[in-house]
Every structure is written in structure tokens, then in C-alpha cells.
Ligand binder design. Structure first.
Ligand code: NDP
Length: 320
């Protein structure tokens, strides 16, 4: 049982259940959460419902547990709810945090779901080779900043697009992309991509969809790969925009593959083994945008859709 500061009984693990009661510390703002507030696309989709707290990824401390894998005092990351304290009854995506010599908020980003997304999307879906030409959209965000750094580690030529000068500077100076541009200042994206990729694009890491995808299709090289990670430009539209240049997948023999990171959580231990030393040695860096207080959650989440976040958007609910 947990009793809050004003004395009201909040939550307890029901008798005989394997639920876990947690105090939420950090909550993750992720674009997919918008889609869970719309009509389901496939029959397997989870849905947010108006009467319940938003479900999302986060970092939390265990206060009480009926689950054999978690005990009081453990730090965990995974699915929780947008509230101060939660009873988690589905622990399919709940993981004990083993490494605490990094900021705990990293488990919403570089060491959490977006980090694994970047890893799987780049290494598993894009089949990258040394020296290839890589383009990333929404490149300064939670996922994009990591994809670009992974591609640089492999000796690729890396260009990113982002929506402000500040983000373009981050891409070039902090994440060491070869080039970056502000797509909002470009009137002809096809011409822009030709300027940065006169020989074409081998790998496109797709985060935005719409006009950018259409322009990229015109600039892919033969046997290029496109990882369909996300299409944020479409999430707020009632009717998605059409894509006009799909024939170029055929002309250029391009493989475009969508993926959903939850199918790859078995790779999480391998991913941690890879990423932790890179963080420790300063070879991979990570930028976060931390909004303070649960009450700042809604505006932080909505801000993703106009690019207000600079780096991974996190909400700090409480300190340990
Ligand atoms: P970000 O941290 O990159 O935040 C979203 C960014 O998208 C904004 O900062 C903004 O950057 C950009 N953006 C917003 N609206 C538009 C628009 N209309 N057109 C172009 N860009 C826009 O988010 P994440 O890194 O968390 O996610 C990136 C993508 O990856 C999303 O599409 C998301 O759905 C997807 N994703 C997919 C997963 C999977 O399993 N397939 C898992 C996790 C994420 P800017 O200022 O540069 O425009």
C-alpha cells in the first residue's frame, strides 16, 4: 500500500497479483502517442481512452511489488502511466535498470525505446555499409541524433534535416554530421537533396513522411534502403498526404521496410552492450529537453508536433 503526503491511500498491489506499484520519476514524450489517440489502424493497436491516464514509457521507482522480477527500491523503465504513482499490471515492457552511472532520464531516450529504435532501424533494417550516403529527417530528435552518430561511427557521409537553425547547428557541431539543413527554409527539397547528395542517397532513415519522402524517392541510388521508422508530418492529418514518386522504388531497386521497435526488444541486452561503452567513452552524445513537473506534460507532448523540443523530450515528475 502507498500512502501519499496528504494521507490518502493511493495504491496497493492487489492480493495475489503480480502487479507493481511505482513512483514515476521521468515520463517520455513520443510521437506514436498521438496515434493512440486516434481510431486504431490495425486490430492489435492499443488505444488511449479519455477517462484513463495516458500510457507511455517512463522511468520509475518500485514501491511495492507482487512480481518476482521486481522488488521495493528497484529502479525500472518501461510502460507506465502519466500520473505520480502507478499500479502496473502488464509488465511485458517493464525492465529493471541495472546501470545507474548515467542520468536516469536516459532510459526514456538513448537507453530506452528511442535508442533501441535507432539501433534496430539503422543496423537491422538499413543494412549499412562503410562509406555509404545516409540521410536522416527529424535528425536532431530522440531517434535521429543517434542514427546519425551510428552512421558516422561506420564512416558514412551523413546529412540531416531539422526545423531550426539551433537544431542544424547541433547536428553539425555536437553530433558531427557532415552536413545539415533547415527544411523549412528550402522551397525545392528535390534540389536541396541534389545539392547535398550529387551522387544520390544510399540510406534514408524516414521519420517525417509527406513531401520529404517524395523528394527523397527522386534521389535514391540503385539498391538503396529506406527504413520506415515514422511519418510525424502525417499524424495530425485527418487524411494522409499522397506520395507521388513510389515508382522510383522500382526504377532504383530500392528496399523500403517499415518496422516497429516493440518487435525487437529481444535485442535490448545486445544494444546495451554496444551503447554503454560508447557513452562512457564520449563517442556517442545525447541531448535531452527536460520539462519540469507532470503539469508540463501535455504542452511538452504537443510541442513535438511543431518541433518545440530540442533533442529527446522528457518530463521530470519527481526526483528519486
Ligand atoms: P523527435 O524527438 O524527433 O520529435 C519529433 C520531431 O519531429 C520534432 O521535433 C520536429 O523536428 C519533427 N516534426 C514535427 N512535425 C513535423 C512535420 N510536420 N514535418 C516534419 N517534421 C516534423 O521524435 P522521435 O525521435 O521520438 O521520433 C522520430 C520519428 O520516429 C517519429 O516519426 C516517430 O513516430 C518514430 N518512431 C518510430 C518508432 C518505431 O518503432 N517505428 C519508435 C520511436 C519513434 P523539426 O524541428 O526538426 O521539424
Amino acid at each position: 500500500m502507498y500512502v501519499s503526503t496528504n494521507g490518502t491511500i493511493k495504491l496497493k498491489v492487489p492480493e495475489g497479483s503480480n502487479g507493481v506499484v511505482v513512483k514515476n520519476l521521468y515520463l517520455s514524450c513520443d510521437p506514436y502517442m498521438r496515434n493512440l489517440m486516434k481510431k486504431p489502424i490495425t486490430e492489435n493497436d492499443d488505444m488511449e481512452s479519455i477517462d484513463n491516464p495516458i500510457i507511455g514509457f517512463g522511468v520509475a521507482k518500485v514501491l511495492d511489488s507482487g512480481h518476482p522480477s521486481f522488488k521495493k527500491g528497484d529502479l525500472v523503465w518501461g510502460n507506465t502511466k502519466w500520473e505520480e504513482y502507478s499500479l502496473i499490471t502488464n509488465s511485458q515492457f517493464l525492465f529493471k535498470i541495472q546501470h545507474t552511472n548515467v542520468p536516469l532520464s536516459y532510459y526514456t531516450g538513448i537507453l530506452g525505446m528511442p535508442g533501441l529504435t535507432a539501433y534496430v532501424g539503422f543496423y537491422e533494417i538499413c543494412s549499412p555499409k562503410r562509406g555509404e550516403n545516409v540521410f536522416i529527417s527529424a535528425a536532431s530528435g530522440a531517434v535521429g541524433q543517434l542514427v546519425g552518430q551510428f552512421a558516422k561511427l561506420l564512416g558514412c557521409y551523413v546529412v540531416g534535416s531539422a526545423g531550426s537553425k539551433e537544431k542544424v547547428d547541433l547536428l553539425k557541431n555536437k553530433f558531427k554530421f557532415d552536413e545539415a539543413f533547415n527544411y523549412k527554409e528550402e522551397s525545392d527539397l528535390d534540389a536541396t537533396l541534389k545539392r547535398y547528395f550529387p551522387e544520390g542517397i544510399d540510406i534514408y532513415f524516414e521519420n517525417v513522411g509527406g513531401k520529404m519522402l517524395d523528394a527523397v524517392l527522386l534521389n535514391m541510388r540503385a539498391h538503396g534502403r529506406i527504413a520506415g521508422c515514422g511519418m510525424i508530418s502525417q499524424y495530425n492529418l485527418d487524411k494522409p498526404e499522397g506520395v507521388h514518386n513510389l515508382m522510383h522504388l522500382i526504377y532504383k531497386r530500392v528496399r523500403m521496410e517499415g518496422f516497429v521497435v516493440t518487435d525487437y526488444f529481444n535485442l535490448y541486452p545486445k544494444f546495451l552492450e554496444f551503447i554503454l561503452p560508447h557513452i562512457a567513452e564520449g563517442k556517442i552524445v545525447y541531448v535531452e529537453d527536460i520539462a519540469e513537473g507532470l503539469e508540463s506534460g501535455p504542452s511538452a507532448l504537443i510541442g513535438l508536433f511543431s518541433g518545440l523540443n530540442v533533442g529527446k523530450q522528457v518530463v521530470l515528475v519527481a526526483r528519486e
